[in-house]
Design a binder for this molecule. Structure first.
Ligand code: NAD
Length: 292
């Protein structure tokens, strides 16, 4: 039988490997024969991983220490970890969800991902409409160049201007930023070593994060009332399977894809068949300007 995925013997890194989508992905990758370096702030309970590395992605030194334990060449990176922002500050949310992923990419993945390798991030359907001109204008200044500390300062500047901003708005901004960042890095990674870079954008999914999203939406009933064509919430493994595909040889000509795994919810919004409430800018909301 052909090894269509091509993970056998490959070295891959998964963040957020202890729960939800990252855990489900780690189980699949181990099963497909990959050597998995699993990063999380708690011990990932997955048998067969090559190395579990306790890491706080909100802390640059902790990330540096983790990468000291990761081989100099890797074949795949999956940035799955994230926080909802519901019980996190604006800055903490942006740090874990965006700054850490950008830092890992710039400081380590450009050096370590092998020829023809892949980088996949989990962003969110909450980060849709990142490409609309007014939203994109807000994202461009953060995508290139700045160091970890500069980004922390600049995100802090939003709060200096507008006061305390809810972490849930930080969540949306972080996911939009990561979506833009992926598109922006397609060409440089292609030039470097034909490395592919993609995103999975999940709809609401059963995972460790679900209770916080339910709280934000006003309870489990509100979640159940907004399930879309799928008629149920997604399971974490359904995101993991798509991630396993995107990072594999099966997706060898796929780069710059922002794959909504939502049973068609986004398609219906784009087609005008459902209301689209996502086109607002952060500045617009914070200044209480009319939503675009
Ligand atoms: N569950 C949903 O409805 C949903 C929807 C859209 C997008 N997402 C995204 O999916 C991704 C995976 O989340 P999930 O739903 O599987 O949730 P989860 O809470 O089950 O898993 C997240 C994992 O990330 C780890 N993590 C969080 N902060 C960390 C840090 N500072 N350092 C190291 N590890 C850290 C957690 O320990 C946990 O194991 C996230 O990026 C999330 O934003 C989730």
């Amino acid at each position: 039988m052909n090894d269509y995925f091509g993970y056998t013997g490959k070295t891959v890194v998964v963040t957020g490997a202890a729960s939800g989508m990252g855990r489900a992905l780690t189980e699949i990758l181990v099963d497909l024969g990959a050597k998995v370096y699993a990063l999380d702030r708690v011990e990932p309970p997955v048998p067969g991983i090559t190395k579990a590395i306790i890491t706080d992605l909100g802390n640059k030194e902790s990330i540096d220490a983790a990468f000291e334990q990761i081989p100099a060449q890797i074949d795949g990176f999956f940035g799955v970890a994230g926080i909802s922002g519901v019980h996190n500050s604006f800055l903490e949310t942006l740090t874990v969800n965006f700054i850490a992923n950008k830092y890992v990419t710039d400081a380590y993945l450009t050096e370590r991902v092998a020829e023809g390798g892949s980088i996949s991030f989990v962003t969110s359907n909450g980060g849709l409409r990142w490409e609309t001109p007014t939203v994109r204008e807000e994202l461009i200044p953060f995508a290139d160049g700045d160091s970890w500390d500069d980004l922390v300062r600049r995100f802090g500047g939003f709060e200096a201007e507008f006061g305390t901003i809810p972490g849930s708005l930080g969540y949306i901004l972080s996911k939009r930023l990561l979506n833009y960042f992926i598109a922006e890095r397609v060409a440089s990674f292609a030039d470097l070593r034909k490395i592919r870079i993609n995103a999975v954008l999940p709809a609401m999914t059963v995972s460790g994060m679900l209770p916080e999203f339910a709280e934000m939406k006003g309870g489990q009933d509100a979640v159940e009332a907004d399930l879309g064509p799928g008629g149920r919430l997604a399971e974490s493994v359904e995101m993991a399977k798509v991630l396993a595909f995107l990072g594999s040889d099966l997706a060898s000509y796929v780069s710059g894809a922002h794959l909504s795994v939502d049973f068609g919810m986004n398609a219906r919004q784009i087609a005008g068949l459902e209301p689209d409430r996502l086109g607002w800018t952060l500045r617009g909301v914070l200044s209480r300007q009319p939503v675009a």
